[in-house]
Design a protein around this ligand. Structure first.
Ligand SMILES: [Zn+2]
Length: 337
């Protein structure tokens, strides 16, 4: 795609990305609708800049029902002082703001899944316009990008920071060094089911350092998972040299998703009864969960078994499952640090 041929983004920032100091403002996206003829979507943004160091872009609620990112980033935006910063920190705590306000993964305006909408379109639906602005105006400013995720309302994860295998091994090494600095309890070499349309891929294709996370899920955040997000953000900013001091490196277990065998998808619907919990070890052939048909009693449950050795890294929530849902993810433990 020739980005130069695209029309300008309709989004107007109220912050000046070149100014020093702290600015709290909005990305204003025109959205004409029944209750506001010339209305807008107002996406909160904070820019903290001082000195000549690198730029970090920190984003949360790319999916609207994932809360560790917003919790850590709203706090960071109000706590950080320019005098602590060497460089620039751009914080967008709730990137898919309509979805975040609705508490849903996708946008209530256009059902857009922001993390499947990249690189976006300036003349598309609201979600595509957000993606296009991030692609053409925010990512190019950044040296390092941290995009927070967790499982939302239908998955729950072991708390991990992650990067991907990349064709450029030098860039890959820089991404994994940043994951190590984040120092979540787990660190993942992450395999995507389908990487098309993701912010991740867009950032990586621009040659930047990219870190993502899965820090829990089940439609909420815990004190523990928010603390992992908060500490990880500060660690990453220290690693980038934007904040002074060394990252506070707690031990982490390195995990790998070596092949698509790690994913199990339900072929049945019913009540799911897990036989193992997150972090538990499984061997090939072990029962991970039983799915019970719930129409009547007396029917044997369907057993879902591990296709590889490893630990349970993600599981479906809540208690009922449908055909096609991701039931579990098994990851291999590669290293303890
Ligand atoms: Zn997500």
């Amino acid at each position: 795609m020739n980005n130069a041929a695209l029309r300008p983004s309709p989004i107007t920032p109220s912050v000046d990305f070149d100014a020093k100091g702290v600015q709290h403002g909005h990305l204003r996206l025109p959205y004409s609708r029944d209750d506001s003829a010339w209305g807008s979507v107002m996406i909160p943004i904070c820019v903290i800049a001082n000195g000549e160091g690198p730029t970090a872009l920190l984003t949360g609620a790319n999916h609207g029902d994932e809360y560790e990112g917003p919790a850590a980033l709203f706090e960071l935006a109000q706590a950080l002082k320019p005098s602590e910063v060497n460089g620039r920190i751009i914080i967008v705590p709730a990137l898919n703001y309509p979805a975040f306000r609705a508490g849903t993964r996708t946008s209530p305006i256009d059902r857009g899944n922001l993390n499947r909408s990249f690189p976006g379109r300036p003349d598309g639906m609201v979600t595509e316009k957000i993606a296009d602005y991030v692609t053409r105006h925010l990512i190019p400013l950044a040296d390092i990008v941290l995009d927070f995720h967790s499982g939302g309302r239908t998955l729950d994860f072991l708390p991990y920071a992650a990067a991907h295998e990349l064709p450029d091994k030098d860039q890959e090494a820089r991404c994994f060094a940043a994951v190590a600095a984040f120092a979540a309890p787990f660190s993942m070499k992450m395999l995507e089911i389908d990487a098309v349309g993701m912010l991740d891929t867009t950032v990586e294709d621009m040659g930047k350092v990219f870190v993502t996370t899965e820090l829990g899920g089940a439609g909420t955040a815990t004190a523990r998972s928010i603390e992992i997000a908060r500490k990880g953000s500060l660690n990453l900013l220290r690693h980038a040299g934007i904040l002074s001091g060394e990252p506070d490196r707690a031990p982490t277990r390195w995990l790998d998703m070596p092949s698509s065998e790690c994913f199990t998808f339900a072929e049945d619907e019913g009540l799911i009864a897990f036989a193992v919990d997150l972090g538990d070890a499984v061997r090939t052939g072990d029962v991970v969960a039983h799915v019970y048909p719930v129409g009547k009693t007396g029917i044997a449950p369907i057993a879902y078994r591990a296709a590889m050795d490893g630990v349970l890294a993600a599981r479906h929530v809540p208690g009922l499952i449908k055909a096609g849902d991701c039931l579990s993810v098994i990851a291999t433990v590669t290293e303890e640090t």
